[in-house]
Design a protein around this ligand. Structure first.
Ligand code: NAD
Length: 321
């Protein structure tokens, strides 16, 4: 049976609708959230992100402001600007647009954002909260990929469910579908692979993490009931590396030439060689083996945006006390 296609847009829309209701409540209480994006210098790519972020926020009533700093901004200037935003009670969250101009240290700048206002979940304190099983402000893509897997109706690995499983399911830590699953995460970056592994671990999955130095990737991947891939290499995961019936969560985003049936690269509307976006999994062939699979685009991507909004709402809620 061909794989069920996981509709990331539909799951994200459900989450965003709930968030809209939360934002309405916060606004009614005079605590409407404000997300401030900080952009240093000019960058065409981040213009697109900023436009999309603004639209996504405003659609559900989150105010969005862009603070533009000149390309000559020093590390100290940037830290001072972020410091002001940290201290401003009207600002719920701060998002730093990447890349920064050469000469600025992105990691140091990112860490200048107070953990309460760190909407991308990249501050060490928010990473630490994930270790402690608190995903309130977790890294967006990892959290989105995890929730997408959690949204599936996977057959239970334990039948009948042990009493312990029933307790942790009732407590919301996991689901009958996730409890006891073998999860393989390919990729161990700070923003995706590592936090994703922790989120599954906290749901009582048995987690293996593969990376560039993994010797037997195919063998490892075939153990997975849930296979998550966040590498950035198109076609890395072939159909024969997937356990029949597994759930495949493809996080990779790669731009590749769009090839027509005649083997030649297609042309776009402007008559230029066309490109398309693909993940890390050989999607067409994987569909014949997997039980569930995310498309790229339309899988994890919309969930990342939803998690960004969720983190703004969480930050606004936390700021209430
Ligand atoms: P990264 O470059 O920081 O990490 C890549 C990881 O892949 C590393 O752990 C590395 O060891 C591993 N790796 C490299 N080659 C490998 C191989 N041959 N076999 C096994 N592992 C290998 O990347 P990242 O920032 O985690 O991003 C990974 C992918 O996810 C990229 O394609 C990125 O565009 C995408 N991404 C998507 C979203 C989204 O919203 N869907 C968000 C962030 C990143």
């Amino acid at each position: 049976m061909p794989a069920q296609i996981i509709d990331g847009n539909a799951v994200a829309d459900r989450i965003v609708a709930e968030l809209a209701a939360e934002v309405a409540k916060l606004k009614a209480a005079g605590r409407g959230p404000l997300l401030v994006a900080v952009q240093v210098g000019e960058n065409a790519a981040s213009r697109v992100y900023i436009k999309n972020q603004k639209e996504s926020c405003e659609k559900i009533g989150i105010s969005y402001r862009l603070d533009e700093l000149p390309a000559t901004t020093t590390q100290a200037d940037l830290a001072a600007h972020i410091g002001k935003l940290n201290a401003d009670p009207r600002v719920t969250g701060v998002i730093l647009q990447m890349p920064l101009p050469e000469g600025l240290d992105p990691r140091a700048a990112q860490r200048a954002i107070g953990f309460e206002k760190d909407i991308e979940g990249m501050h060490p304190a928010n990473m630490g909260r994930v270790v402690y099983g608190d995903a309130a402000q977790a890294p967006c893509t990892a959290h989105g990929a995890y929730l997408l897997a959690r949204s599936l109706e996977l057959p239970p690995s334990h039948d009948p469910l042990p009493e312990f499983a029933k307790r942790v399911i009732a407590a919301g830590k996991t689901t009958a579908g996730l409890y006891g699953k073998n999860v393989v995460v390919v990729g161990h970056s700070e923003i995706v692979g590592k936090p994703l592994a922790l989120l599954f671990l906290d749901s009582f999955c048995t987690v293996s993490v593969c990376h560039i130095a993994t010797k037997n990737l195919a063998e490892m991947a075939r153990q997975a009931d849930i296979l998550c891939v966040a590498v950035g290499k198109p076609g890395l995961i072939k159909a024969e590396m997937i356990k029949p019936g597994a759930a495949v969560i493809d996080i990779g985003i790669n731009r590749v030439p769009d090839i027509g049936p005649d083997g030649k690269q297609l042309l776009n509307k402007k008559g230029k060689p066309a490109m398309k976006t693909v993940g890390d999994v050989d999607y067409e062939k994987a569909c014949a083996v997997a039980g569930w699979i995310t498309p790229v685009p339309g899988g994890v991507g919309p969930m990342t945006v939803a998690m960004l909004l969720k983190n703004v709402v969480e930050a606004a809620r936390a700021a209430r006390g």
